[in-house]
Write a protein of this length. Structure first.
Length: 410
């Protein structure tokens, strides 16, 4: 029973869904001899199919999730020193684009149980300089979008949804990414589907769509009567090779999500009643698509808390990350020490002091979340046997740390 098994990993073929479909698409793509999306059809087709899948009017592929967030911000076009509210627990790729566009990231605290920002934590950050709100549906668990959209609409502030970890997650009857003004997705190696690196933005807003399209293309007006480079922008295009793989991956997305969700629900059932750990807190009326599976660990029940439980699981070959990120985003050097352009510290030099106040007392939810979360790697290729292995090892670790026997569910 204590035999070690190795879990599929999203970093290699054991936990990825590549097969003959991707190879065939690549062969077809290479045979055309056209690898730039400005001339080929694979990326274009990906955009059409992705938009259709989500029920969005427009989708544009780009080179990464970071690029996707950058496009969204560039489309909203903040003035230097404008503020963009974001979350203290996210990937740095969702934050540096704010600084590149000359805006100030203002961090909202998170709910310590869902690890997501809420309408209440966002509201505290709104000022007369707030230009946009970025919400991250962390780990695939949707934010409370109803309350957030109500707040944002009442202040006329656009919402960007970072869905890098939340493909096909739903809030009510809508896919996340289609509720706010823009949805941003990543196709990086470890996401639900992948092209190694890649990204996609979606929107229903024609003007935003146009600006995002231009931003990906050095703001060159392809197809216009008198094209020009209209504004400052980069080449953030996805290549046709990536588009071909992405198209094949897209056909597998629903299966990937269904599998991840089914497996997660099975683990949640297995772990019900295990003392000192809480299974993922779900927002009512949503579908969580489990980029990762998080446990919240109560150190008053389990001595040593997340760190001890993580270490015990590591001994079973379950490489979880006590703390998905080691520290809140604002504690990273780039933000803490304002390492930006030369020695200028710009755009932080334009910030209101309150916008860059990272005092501990303002982020109780964030510190609480990071101290208690244990992130299990999650994968669509887990089997029921893997779930059993995870559950058995978690129960065994909790038993040994608490000194109480933890029985299996059922
Ligand atoms: C992965 C990720 C990004 C960045 O995507 P890249 O493709 O790695 O640039 C942004 N936000 C979140 C929430 C992510 O998980």
């Amino acid at each position: 029973m204590n035999q070690r098994i190795s879990l599929p990993s999203d970093q290699d073929a054991t936990g990825r869904t590549f097969g003959p479909e991707e190879l065939e698409a690549l062969r077809e793509c290479l045979n055309t001899g056209t690898l730039t999306s400005t001339k080929g059809n694979f990326v274009r087709q990906l955009e059409v199919e992705f938009a259709k899948m989500l029920g969005a009017k427009f989708a544009y592929a780009c080179s990464s999730g970071t690029a996707a967030v950058h496009c969204a911000i560039a489309a909203i076009n903040p003035e230097p020193g404008d503020e963009i509210i974001t979350t203290s627990i996210t990937d740095m790729g969702a934050l540096t684009p704010i600084l590149y566009q000359g805006a100030i990231p203002v961090f909202a605290d998170v709910d310590p149980n869902t690890y997501n920002v809420t309408a209440r934590t966002i509201e505290r950050c709104i000022s007369d300089r707030t230009k946009a709100i970025i919400v991250t549906h962390l780990f695939g668990n949707p934010c409370e979008m109803h309350a957030i959209m109500e707040l944002a609409r009442s202040r006329n502030i656009p919402v960007i949804e970072d869905c890098a970890q939340a493909f096909l997650s739903t809030y009510g009857d809508q896919y996340v990414g289609t509720i706010g003004s823009v949805g941003c997705f990543s196709l990086q190696q470890g996401k639900h589907i992948t092209t190694g690196e890649g990204g996609i933005v979606v929107t229903n807003d024609e003007a935003i769509a146009r600006r995002m399209y231009l931003y990906i293309n050095k703001a060159w007006g392809y197809g216009d009567a008198k094209p020009d480079h209209y504004f400052i922008a980069l080449n953030y295009r996805m290549s046709e090779l990536q588009g071909a793989v992405a198209l094949a991956q897209l056909q597998k997305l629903e299966g990937v999500v269904a599998s991840r969700t089914r497996l997660a629900n099975a683990l949640t059932t297995e772990l019900s009643g295990v003392p000192g750990i809480s299974t993922p807190a779900l927002t009512p009326n949503t579908v969580h698509t489990y980029w990762k599976y998080c446990l919240r660990v109560d150190e008053s029940v389990i001595p040593g808390g997340t760190v001890a439980l993580g270490a015990a699981l590591k001994d079973s070959g379950i490489l979880c990350a006590p703390r998905y990120i080691q520290k809140p985003a604002f504690a990273c050097q780039v933000i803490k020490d304002q390492c930006t352009f030369g020695n200028s510290r710009w755009p932080f030099t334009l910030a209101r002091p309150e916008a860059v106040d990272y005092s501990r007392g303002l982020f109780e939810g964030t510190w609480n979340a990071l101290e208690h979360v244990l992130v299990l790697p999650w994968n669509e290729k887990y089997t029921d046997e893997h779930i059993q292995y995870l559950a058995d090892n978690i129960r065994r670790a909790v038993s040994s740390l608490t000194g109480q026997t933890v029985a299996a569910a059922r």
